[in-house]
Write a protein that binds this ligand. Sequence first.
Ligand code: SF4
Length: 250
Amino acid sequence: MLKQERYRHFVDYFSKNQPDAVTELHYGSPFQLLIAVILSAQCTDKRINQVTPALFERFPTPAALAASTVDEVFNFIRSVSYPNNKAKHLVGMAKMLADVFNSEVPADIDQLQKLPGVGRKTANVIASVVYDASAIAVDTHVFRVANRIGLTTNARTPLAVEKQLVEYLPKDTLAIAHHWLILHGRYICVARSPKCKICPLTSFCKYYARNNTETALLKAEALKAKKAKDAKKKKSLDKISKELKKRSVG
Ligand code: SF4
């Protein structure tokens, strides 16, 4: 199947079945989303949603968070992964927002990446979710699922995946495709054993086609070997029976 066809099936399926896919992180403002996305690195959205209500209440603005200490923030986020680093990033990010960006979350991807704790992935999430930019953030789910389906080829880095997705996906689907891939990766095309039996994408998934061709070939080989073994056994039994007949006649 041509790559373009795969993209067409992918967009068709999700446009029809998940036209309103959104992030599972809870937030009420760009500033809160920025905090949640920084915290979500290598952690589950579920866990982040457990800690953010108290954090948002205590630090409603960049100025409030900037005036806090790393130790205080740490106490709010101790149950998430890498709480030390993330607490430092949050306070640093808030200080820069307050001092440099007039307490507004910037829309520009390069400016976003100047904020502590904000890499390309986080910047793309903010740009696409908050500012509706044609950008796609590549996290571990997007990376894996795009590769398995065959939307990307030989893309070994998140940036390479991002470039291929940007090249082939219609511009107006880039932002939502991020959520399609994440949700699919979180619930069906999971990392260790993808749930292909219940997956609706099998008709155009490269991984599925490859594995099922291999399985079919293995089954055919096993059947062939069994038939050969049975034929050999039958031949030998026929020979014995002929021999016995000969003897009884003699
Ligand atoms: S068929 Fe399997 S590998 Fe392909 S997208 Fe679905 S779950 Fe993932």
